[in-house]
Design a protein. Structure first.
Length: 147
């Protein structure tokens, strides 16, 4: 029986990336950076009974009440919207109204959404149920966005 003693060993590997692999990596990275934007305005078009709205939470994460622009990854997001309707025909009584709504919002990449609170004057007495208003996208447009 012969004994074999191995003193040293060297292994060499090489990797050459194909153009398709590099392109796939760049595409995946750019898709990861894509986003859509939700914008709030202090003075949306009141002639259409649309008023200022505030976003309270996005996907259960509290956001600043002063924030007016939100860049979100494409896909579905759960958003808590609070109306800020300033109209003389609406009588507010503390604790008697449902002034927030949870919505599921589908965000598309490179899309800008103008969000507001649509006031239904004919339902202004439906404060407890929140039927007097709905969150509404009153304008959308293409707008490049990256995270």
């Amino acid at each position: 029986m012969k004994k074999l003693l191995i003193i040293g060993m060297s292994l060499c590997f090489s990797f050459t990336a194909s153009a398709s692999t590099v392109a796939t990596d760049v595409t995946a990275q750019s898709k990861a950076n894509e986003c859509g934007t939700i914008v709030l305005y202090e003075k949306p078009p009141r002639t259409k009974n649309i008023y200022h709205a505030v976003i309270n939470t996005i996907d259960d994460q509290v956001v600043s009440p002063k924030a007016m622009r939100f860049a979100l990854s494409p896909g579905k997001h759960t958003i808590k919207v609070i109306e800020n309707i300033q109209d003389n025909s609406l009588t507010r009584r503390r604790g008697e109204m449902k002034n927030y709504k949870l919505i599921t919002f589908e965000v598309k990449a490179n899309e800008k959404y103008s969000l507001g609170a649509k006031f239904y004057r004919n339902k202004r007495s439906k404060l407890k149920t929140g039927e007097y208003w709905d969150p509404i996208v009153w304008k959308s447009s293409e707008k490049s966005c990256s995270l």
